[in-house]
Write a protein that binds this ligand. Sequence first.
Ligand code: FNR
Length: 182
Amino acid sequence: MTKVGVLVGSLREGSYARKWAEEFTKLLPEDFEVTFLEIGNLPLYSEEYDENEPAEYASFRAEAKAQDAIVISTPEYNRSTSAVLKNALDVGSRPYGSSVWDGKPTIIIGHSISNISGANAIQSLRPTLAFLNMPVLPQPEVQLANSQKYFDDAGNLNNEGTKDFLQGAADAYVAHVKRYVD
Ligand code: FNR
């Protein structure tokens, strides 16, 4: 069993970032066990917490550490990723020397409700993930534009071409993960 942790960079009920993550992870094989790592309850990171670990940090770090691979689904906020997602990455990266992210193969899904598609959010994450030694799937880039047009009233993905695109990305991610995980 390969354990996959999912980080969603939006706390909003009805978030498209969460819907895209759900659609993407449905396409992973059965031996990929998917856990959504909840990040909305993590206090804003401060170095003082390195000596006085909040309970929310302890459980998040333990759950994240137990994963073999990571899926990040981010909205674009002001031409960047969201603060809540960056906070979760920072929390998991500390105390220095005990990052829970080290070596975990990752895919970034970026979306927005405009034509921009989350491209800037994806680019904003790349230096951070490189520094955290999280190898990111290079291709395909999962840039999803106009998210609101892709889900019906019941919240289901309504576009076969996009499903095929996501399946291709899921297959590439599986191959990417297998390069790093036994
Ligand atoms: C946005 N949005 C947005 N969209 C975009 O294409 N480029 C951007 O830079 C921004 N910036 C931005 C900042 C902030 C603070 C908010 C709240 C929103 C719009 C964004 O794409 C839209 O709200 C998405 O629906 C957010 O993702 P979730 O919550 O649906 O996952």
